[in-house]
Design a binder for this molecule. Structure first.
Ligand code: ATP
Ligand code: LTN
Length: 332
């Protein structure tokens, strides 16, 4: 590791299939950040079981997500890419940090409130202590910055509070992490209800585009995208559907939204919507094809996730050893 580089850490749950929103808002940026930073990225399978998962699906989605991260440009040589449950220090540090996290703090987490409302039949202790495991993920690697969407800010702030509390008692054990929310972190909206964010857990599959959707499916979803009856191709709060399509087209082509407005000025939705669809198809095609290729070679994937877990565990063990020593455990 180069000493002058800051460390970034982020993770995504294998709780479903990755959408265009996940890609433009998070994964694409992760690949861009790996040169400037010492980067670690993880498939958070332990977080995923806080809601019920079908075991076979979870296994498949974990491998697919791991392959997709590589296909999105994360280089397993330059970054440390691994599966959370393969690095046992995450669960071990989470236990210790549980004892430095207050019941009241966890009760205030909005994601816990939302998820316990959505899964009222399964409000398990893991759902409650989820942010402590996330704090362990972050703090194990002496992370400076955590690139996440706005929805995760509260969890990163809790990780920061836990780190400061622990350091306050025992001296400098943890780096103090900060959320890193990219200004251009496209907030991709739903294609059917453009005032809501595109979300992989939506029950309407026309509302999202998956990175693995076939070209004809992507084109069909964009043709059906909700717009308005006014007809102009420009951004406006009154035109959330068209604004979203302009932003998506800009994000995948690298053009500015203004240039996109000019390009389509005077044209109708009949020409615009398929053009956005085509651009998205071309942007996602290499990722889908590379993911498919990687998934045919399970041996290579296995070698990569093992190598990632080994690299991660070496760094994680140093922090965990320090923590165990500080709290008074007898050294092994
Ligand atoms: P769910 O639909 O189950 O809530 P999700 O699609 O919101 O899931 P997460 O796994 O919670 O996805 O988030 C992974 C990353 O993708 C996070 O950093 C999040 O901020 C980002 N992200 C999710 N949806 C969008 C979106 N519509 N636009 C931009 N970024 C997004
Ligand atoms: N909770 C996050 C996923 C996640 C994470 C992390 C993000 C688990 N551990 C550590 C950043 C750092 C989510 O649901 N998007």
């Amino acid at each position: 590791m180069e000493a002058n580089k800051k460390t970034i850490f982020s993770a995504v749950q294998p709780s479903g299939k990755i959408t265009l929103g996940n890609y433009l808002g998070a994964l694409r940026n992760w690949a861009l950040l790996q040169d400037e930073y010492h980067a670690l990225y993880c498939v958070a399978d332990q977080h995923a079981i806080t809601v019920r998962q079908d075991p076979a699906s979870l296994r498949r989605q974990t491998l697919e997500l791991f392959a997709q991260l590589i296909a999105c440009g994360i280089d397993p040589e330059r970054s440390t890419l691994f599966i959370q449950s393969h690095v046992s220090q995450h669960a071990e540090l989470a236990w210790a940090l549980n004892c430095y996290t207050m019941f009241g703090e966890l009760s205030r987490m909005t994601q816990f409130k939302d998820k316990s409302a959505a899964h009222a039949d399964n409000i398990n202790a893991g759902l409650f202590t989820y942010p402590v495991l996330m704090a362990a993920d972050i703090l194990l690697y002496q992370t400076d910055l955590v690139p996440v969407g706005e929805d995760q800010r509260q969890h990163v702030e809790l990780a920061r509070d836990i780190a400061q509390r622990f350091n306050g008692v025992y001296g400098d054990v943890f780096a103090i992490p900060e959320a890193y929310i990219p200004k251009l972190g496209a907030r991709v909206m739903s294609l059917s209800e453009p005032d809501k964010k595109m979300s992989k857990s939506s029950s309407n599959e026309n509302s999202y585009v998956l990175v693995m959707d076939k070209p004809e499916v992507i084109l069909r979803k964009f043709k059906r995208a909700v717009t308005d009856s006014e007809g102009g191709i420009y951004r406006s709060p009154e035109k959330p559907g068209v604004t979203n399509l302009i932003d998506i087209y800009a994000a995948v082509t690298g053009k500015t939204p203004e240039a996109v407005e000019q390009e389509f000025s005077g044209q109708g939705y009949g020409a615009f919507k398929p053009a956005v669809g085509e651009a998205v198809v071309e942007a996602l095609r290499p990722i889908r094809e590379e993911t498919e290729r990687l998934l045919t070679d399970k041996g290579q994937l296995e070698a990569l996730y093992r190598q990632g877990a080994e690299k991660a565990a070496a760094a994680a063990a140093r922090t965990l050893r320090k923590v165990h020593k500080k709290v008074g455990f007898v050294p092994r």
